[in-house]
Design a protein around this ligand. Sequence first.
Ligand code: NDP
Length: 326
Amino acid sequence: MFDAVIIEKKDEEQTASFRQIAQDALPAGNVLVKIEWSTLNYKDALAITGKGPIVKSWPMVPGVDFSGTVVESRSPDFQPGDRVLLNGWGVGEKHWGGLAGLARVNAEWLIALPSAFSTRQAMILGTAGYTAMLCVMALEHADVKPTDGPVLVTGASGGVGSIAVMLLSELGYEAVAVTGRMAEKDYLESLGASRVIGRELFTQKTRPLEKAEWAGAVDVVGGQVLASVCAAIRPRGAVAACGLAGSMDLPLTVAPFILRGVSLLGIDSALCPREQRIRAWERLAGLIDVTRLEDVVSEYPLSKAIEAAHALMDGRTRGRILINVA
Ligand code: NDP
């Protein structure tokens, strides 16, 4: 038996509970992992509270990421005792996920834990940190260089945003944080933001092209904010778009793309190819001092994960939410 959060559906009514489950109920897979840490992502909170259509099959153990130790393996790539982590691949949506003591998964979904991180530190970064790294790698791939000018990060005090600010600043970019919470100015500057500007500058409808100020951007917000950012990107610049914290819409014209050669780069961490994930985690290990994020970590035991999900949806949490499974 192992502890788990489980979401069930009966007569169109969804319920989430914390209880013990028999190991033989685990889904098919060739590697069994004893989970030590997981996180609570926005997506997990949507799944647990039923506020978003995340869960695709029932019953479901939520949790799109986890870290832990291999206990059984039928794959030549992993041996018992190996420390591993997992992000995405539909885990916590279609396949039982990380908010449980055990997970049985496919070996291709796992990557070896970088030696620079403990299992806890890997989850302080979690899918947010890994996604921030993918965004920065996409900007590099689009040839946005530190010498090209300032790079915006929207939703900067959130998980993806704050780590994107750290990464850009560590790589020598002038990272400009955009936030709705000016109270977080000192924190954002401590992460490496050269300037902190208010979100309201980006929430009004803009002209198709505005003054070209930014060499690039990492956007987690979508909607009018992303549209306003695109309209103010310098010629040949790029925007990595990964989120919809503000809106799913995109009220944009094609002007930035056809008149300035701006690129809009889509970031999808869940189905990102394995080689790119391994590269992203290696680079995180080289660039991030995780201890600098400790101040924004709140830790909950697995038994309180459902409570934490409701708090997250009600806007009563801040920073990274770690779930202690061990
Ligand atoms: P967080 O909740 O930690 O941060 C989101 C931030 O966005 C907030 O801190 C806030 O920043 C800003 N924000 C929130 N609501 C609004 C709003 N209505 N309008 C404008 N800004 C807003 O989430 P994460 O950083 O973990 O994730 C950010 C987004 O990225 C989410 O939409 C998430 O689903 C998505 N995501 C996508 C992934 C992918 O693979 N594509 C992977 C991981 C996350 P501030 O207060 O500083 O303005």
